[in-house]
Design a protein around this ligand. Structure first.
Ligand SMILES: NC(=O)c1ccc[n+]([C@@H]2O[C@H](COP(=O)([O-])OP(=O)(O)OC[C@H]3O[C@@H](n4cnc5c(N)ncnc54)[C@H](O)[C@@H]3O)[C@@H](O)[C@H]2O)c1
Length: 262
């Protein structure tokens, strides 16, 4: 029961990594507040967790301030903030509409600032934790991920800045950098022939991660077990970023030994 009597607000809690995190924290005693753009999704997960559901667009600063205020009103304070809501985008610079760029930056980056700005006054001095869901896409470039790459890199360095600024107030701030995780966000990969096996092939573990595996990392970062961890960008990617991208020589050698091409 790592989160007994802890109040945890989770954005994007209606699906995928956020939903798994809400479930795990609730199982371990947290009073969860599930925020999502999709009202039914937030409601369903909050009901499962015995928590509070709030519907909001995290890109809307006033809406963010309102859901943080509502959480503080309900519980008197806030211990854990998980900034997890996010969207992707696809398109190289000349083809990307500025409105798409702006929306991705608004949801994936600006919203993190809005929520931290609103929440920190309710967290100060409580041995609290902020966990931001960044991405390995914030550590390097991807083909056609433009705004997503920029936003997630921003989240990683903003997390470091938060960690430095608030360390002496008892607030830790860390981010999770997932690799490919099987959620509705990445389900589209199944619809493009060859993409999913090709993607898995770039991951040393040979598979996508699960939302539950990410929830475990978020929970660790939010828990007292991580009491000396702040400013970290914790990678959980099945080894993807540990690999330089150079060819798997063993595979080519094995194929050559059989007179085939890898
Ligand atoms: N799935 C992956 O492979 C992967 C990899 C790296 C990082 N991430 C990050 O993990 C986080 C969660 O993604 P997921 O894979 O669980 O996706 P998901 O689509 O399953 O869940 C995201 C949730 O965020 C909500 N949301 C989207 N825009 C919102 C908005 N404007 N306001 C409020 N809620 C909003 C959605 O309704 C959804 O419930 C995102 O920040 C994503 O960028 C995911």
């Amino acid at each position: 029961m790592r989160f007994e009597n802890r109040v945890a607000l989770i954005t994007g809690g209606g699906s995928g990594i956020g939903a798994a995190t809400a479930r795990l924290m609730a199982r371990e005693g947290a009073k969860v507040v599930v925020v999502d753009l999709v009202s039914d999704a937030a409601q369903a997960i909050a009901e499962e967790c015995g928590g509070l559901a709030l519907t909001a667009d995290v890109a809307d600063r006033a809406a963010v301030e309102a859901f943080v205020a509502r959480t503080a009103e309900e519980h008197g304070h806030l211990d854990i903030l998980v900034n997890n809501a996010g969207i992707g985008c696809f398109g190289r610079t000349p083809d990307l509409e500025p409105e798409t760029w702006e929306r991705v930056i608004a949801i994936d980056l600006n919203a993190v600032f809005y929520a931290c700005r609103a929440a920190i006054p309710h967290m100060t001095g409580r041995n609290s934790a902020i966990v931001n869901t960044a991405s390995i896409s914030g550590l390097g470039g991807d083909y056609g991920f433009t705004a997503y790459n920029a936003a997630k890199a921003g989240v990683i360095n903003y997390t470091r800045s938060l960690a430095v600024d608030h360390a002496r107030e008892g607030i830790r701030a860390n981010c999770l950098c997932p690799g490919l995780i099987a959620t509705p966000l990445t389900a589209g990969a199944k619809t493009i022939p060859g993409l999913e096996p090709g993607w898995h092939d770039t991951i040393p573990m040979g598979r996508a991660g699960t939302p539950e595996e990410m929830a475990e990392v978020i929970a660790f970062l939010a828990s007292d077990a991580a009491s000396y961890v702040t400013g970290a960008a914790f990678v959980a990617d099945g080894g993807q970023t540990a690999w330089t991208g150079q060819p798997n020589l063993y595979r080519y050698a094995a194929a050559a030994a059989e007179g085939a091409v890898a």
